[in-house]
Design a binder for this molecule. Structure first.
Ligand code: PLP
Length: 394
């Protein structure tokens, strides 16, 4: 008869879990299920990173590190920011954490008091609202409309601001939509944040996965004022196919970083030492693997996108980054006789043996999310199955 805390009772369980569990169950029963739910690249971590991690252990680097991470790793991260964004950070402005997710978690714990509001654009990555609530904050949702590429406008941002607004989260490229904010858009949004002194949380974890002529711009590189106003979140999980290593980081205002470091010193102590050595190699070593991965994702995207939008009742903006497709399938659910997209997704799994993530978990109940972090062969097979399923039911 355990009495659990309110804070965990109020947690919304991950929507992806229910469908992933069902997919697993079907697989175990011998069904040929294709899972398009993955949130991680399907490539191995490059060998030189694994070798460097091994070598570090053999050299005796198996003890605690400073709570904010190894100075050598912070220096590599600083070099990365200089090379990619042209911005300078001091070591006191960087904290390495156990994944970008935990960097975000620690950030909200460090900045939010009870009732402080955080503006979260819809569609959102599932963990933002829960992390804000766990820090006693209040998520304030603003809907990025499909006609505006699922991005929020400066007007919408301005309208959502109250005297309790502490921060706003931008995730560009976005999980789940794959959309990118342009420099002009970020400039306008940033001006509003500066005017109202709102902290900008810029989650740039998909920075390296950009397609076509699109370009990733960090809001922090637009002006020194915006750099001061922004905490950048990034990491090696998606860029270097290192999701299991759990290395991410936050960069920005040194007082915030210091508070986060104090919190980390009482929670994780430090991110895993071996993984930090791996991350040093990831940044210091060759980067050709990044190009190979990016090109493979783009090739899949181009092939699969055309097939996807040919499915009756599917409309989809062409993703500009990350590795997800986020079609609006409201019409497809209607013409196949399902009450809503959640039920349509369940039927896709039960009858077409394709696991997709319903958009409701991202605040977008008309959409589904398909990850193309799987082989082209499986992707083509999966999209064919979905197509046949819809045609059969129409
Ligand atoms: N931010 C977004 C938008 C993500 O999609 C993810 C991972 O799915 C993360 C952060 C967390 O990344 P990490 O593996 O570094 O914790």
């Amino acid at each position: 008869n355990v009495q659990l805390a309110q804070r965990v009772k109020a947690l919304t369980p991950s929507t992806t879990l229910a469908i992933t569990a069902k997919a697993k169950e079907l697989k175990e029963q011998g069904h040929d299920v294709i899972g398009l739910g993955a949130g991680e690249p399907d490539f191995n971590t490059p060998q030189h990173i694994i070798d460097a991690a091994f070598a570090s252990m053999n050299e005796g680097h198996t003890k605690y590190t400073p709570s904010a991470g190894l100075p050598t790793l912070k220096k590599e991260i600083i070099k990365k920011f200089k090379a990619d964004q042209g911005i300078d950070f001091d070591v006191s402005q960087i904290i390495v954490a156990s994944g970008a997710k935990h960097a975000l978690y620690t950030l909200f714990q460090a900045i939010l008091d009870e009732g402080d509001e955080v503006i979260i654009p819809i569609p959102y990555w599932v963990s933002y609202p829960e992390q804000v609530k766990l820090a006693d904050g209040v998520p304030v949702y603003v809907e990025g409309k499909e006609e505006n590429e699922y991005k929020i406008t400066p007007e919408q941002l301005a309208e959502a601001i109250t005297d309790r607004t502490k921060a706003v989260i931008f995730n560009s490229p976005s999980n789940p939509t794959g959309m990118l904010y342009t420099e002009d858009e970020l400039k306008e949004l940033g001006e509003i944040c500066l005017k109202h002194n709102i902290l900008i949380v810029s989650d740039e974890i998909y920075e390296k996965l950009i397609y076509g002529d699109h370009e990733h711009i960090s809001i922090a590189q637009i002006s020194p004022e915006l750099k001061e106003q922004t905490i950048i979140i990034n990491g090696v999980s998606k860029s270097h196919s290192m999701t299991g290593w759990r290395i991410g980081y936050a960069a920005g205002n040194k007082d915030i970083i210091k508070a986060m470091t104090n919190l980390a010193s009482h929670s994780t102590s430090n991110p895993t030492t071996t993984a930090q050595y791996g991350a040093i190699a990831a940044y210091a070593g060759p980067q050709d693997m990044l190009t190979e991965m990016r090109e493979a994702f783009e090739q899949r995207l181009n092939i699969i996108y055309d097939k996807l939008i040919a499915i009756p009742g599917f409309t989809c903006l062409k993703p500009q980054g990350a590795f997800y497709l986020f079609p609006n399938v409201k019409q497809a659910a209607e013409i196949t006789g399902y009450a809503n997209v959640d039920e349509f997704s369940q039927a896709l799994l039960a009858e077409a043996m394709v696991a997709v993530i319903p958009g409701s978990g991202f605040g977008a109940p008309n959409n589904i999310r398909l990850s193309y972090a799987t082989s082209l062969e499986l992707l083509e097979k999966a999209v064919d199955r979905i197509h046949r399923f819809v045609e059969k039911k129409m």
